[in-house]
Design a protein around this ligand. Structure first.
Ligand SMILES: Nc1nc2c(c(=O)[nH]1)N[C@H]1C(S)=C(S)[C@@H](COP(=O)(O)OP(=O)(O)OC[C@H]3O[C@@H](n4cnc5c(N)ncnc54)[C@H](O)[C@@H]3O)O[C@H]1N2
Ligand code: MOO
Length: 425
């Protein structure tokens, strides 16, 4: 490689083909997670007020029709359209007043009207509500000049949900929209998954608390605050968070303790091939096993998933951009599988703002920024000229990851590529 090429495409220096034989593809890694990781079985019953962010463990069914009764969609007058004989206009006496929340007793029988308000039950006999703006009120009568269609401004019972309808399937995460659906269905208590217990071990002798004192050759810890924020957004309980030194005995002790109390242990760093990389040996020393170790991606090649005793283990690389990318792609998939959450958000197609030249070999997940639409209405993404696994500054302007297939060496501007938006987690 010439010096010019090295500067133009610095990457992480680990693309050589001879390293690829042990690596699996992204989709194979995701398939292994989906096929081998079952939800941690614990559930609990929570009231709607406390269920935000949780995953449904049972489907929600509507306890009644919604709306439960025919009701008015407008303030106005309930009438029986069949009683409007001739060509009109019609003069109808107002025989009742029906506010919302009040059971109605007086029927609309014949050519009469009931004063009605939005949400109030439609009186027997009425089949339409005329907006008050469309009539002339004169004392105890209304003047109506246009014949309304039957059903005008009537919200029919069960038109939103019928009784017993499945409103939400199990596996749905409860956000405000889902909570609204449960409330409308009369589901006040929900059976949800217990929060996942997650332990975080960020390794590296060189790593110091962000913003704190550091000696020469030491660095601020990006991974702990980044993943702590991601875990908070993923609505898990962080049961332990520690900084692990680069030595085998210490890591064996800490990983053993964490695996005893967590459903999932996440490590960062110490997972590559150097003799300072002790995470995998520590997992093995604890009798652990790997589901996979190494994926043909850039960045994040060493990412690993396995088990330590009963706990699952997610080994993320130390370079913070690699950590974030592998967290987004594999970490969130693992958390979804363990939480019994539904399928992953799908990738979509976008077009490239400029041409791409790259070294083939591993599928590249390059941070990319949504930059508007082209003349065909397709979303465009802009991006840096290479993926830099340690340049954290390039992450926050990006909106997601652009997938460049392993064998692709160059692409013109306007090429269609897959794009996975970043999750808030
Ligand atoms: N000879 C080889 N060397 C490397 C290979 C390889 O295949 N052969 N792979 C490279 C790749 S790809 C990656 S990714 C890294 C992964 O290394 P580790 O996961 O073992 O991570 P560390 O070596 O511990 O750290 C890498 C890098 O990241 C910095 N770091 C670590 N933790 C933090 C943190 N909490 N906050 C900020 N920065 C952190 C650390 O100082 C290193 O610079 O290995 C390559 N090497
Ligand atoms: O440095 Mo690596 O870029 O995560 O594969």
């Amino acid at each position: 490689m010439t010096i010019h090429q090295a500067i133009a495409s610095p990457g992480c220096g680990c693309d050589s083909q001879d390293m690829l034989h042990a690596l699996i593809s992204i989709d194979e890694a995701l398939t292994r997670i989906a096929g081998n990781v079952a939800p941690a079985g614990r559930t609990e019953a929570l009231s709607l007020d406390h269920a935000f962010g949780r995953i449904l463990a049972q489907p929600v069914r509507s306890r009644s029709m919604a709306p439960a009764f025919d009701n008015a969609a407008m303030d106005g007058y309930a009438i029986a359209t069949s009683a409007l004989t001739g060509a009109g206009p019609w003069v109808l006496p107002v025989v009742a007043r029906v506010p919302a929340g009040q059971a109605v007793t007086t029927p609309v029988a014949g050519a009469v009207a009931a004063r009605i308000f939005t949400g109030a039950p439609i009186p027997n006999g009425a089949d339409a509500v005329v907006m008050q703006e469309d009539v002339l009120r004169d004392g105890d009568v209304i003047h109506l000049s246009h014949r309304p269609e039957p059903g005008l401004n009537v919200r029919r019972a069960g038109s939103d949900m019928y009784k017993g309808a499945t409103v939400l399937d199990k596996g749905r995460r409860l956000g405000p929209r889902e909570i609204a659906a449960c409330a409308a269905a009369g589901a006040g208590i929900l059976r949800v998954r217990r929060r996942l217990r997650v332990a975080l071990l960020v390794t590296g002798d060189e790593v110091r608390r962000a913003g704190g004192a550091r000696e020469e050759a030491q660095i601020w810890d990006v991974n702990t605050p980044m993943l702590t924020a991601g875990l908070a957004a993923a609505d898990v309980d962080v049961v332990a968070s520690a900084h692990g030194a680069d030595n085998l005995a210490g890591l064996v002790r800490e990983l053993g303790d964490m695996a005893a109390q967590a459903d999932l242990v996440i490590t960062t760093g110490g997972i590559s091939v150097g003799e300072e990389d002790h995470v995998k040996p520590a997992v093995m020393a604890l009798g652990g096993e790997t589901l996979f170790s190494g994926v043909a991606i850039k960045p994040g090649k060493p990412v690993s998933v396995g088990r330590i005793g009963k706990a699952h283990w997610l080994g993320l690389p130390g370079n913070p951009v690699s950590t974030f990318v592998t967290w987004q792609v594999f970490g969130l998939a693992l958390i979804r599988a363990l939480s019994g959450a539904g399928p992953a958000p799908t990738r979509r197609h976008v077009v490239t703002a400029g041409p791409i030249r790259r070294k083939p070999g591993r599928c590249e997940l390059r941070p990319a920024t949504l930059a508007g639409f082209d003349g065909h209405g397709r979303e465009i993404v802009s991006f840096e000229d290479a993926t830099h696994s340690a340049r954290v500054g390039l992450l926050s302007p990006a909106d997601g990851l652009m997938f460049l297939p392993a064998d692709v060496e160059s692409l013109p501007a306007g090429a269609l590529v897959e794009f996975q938006p970043f999750c808030q987690s």
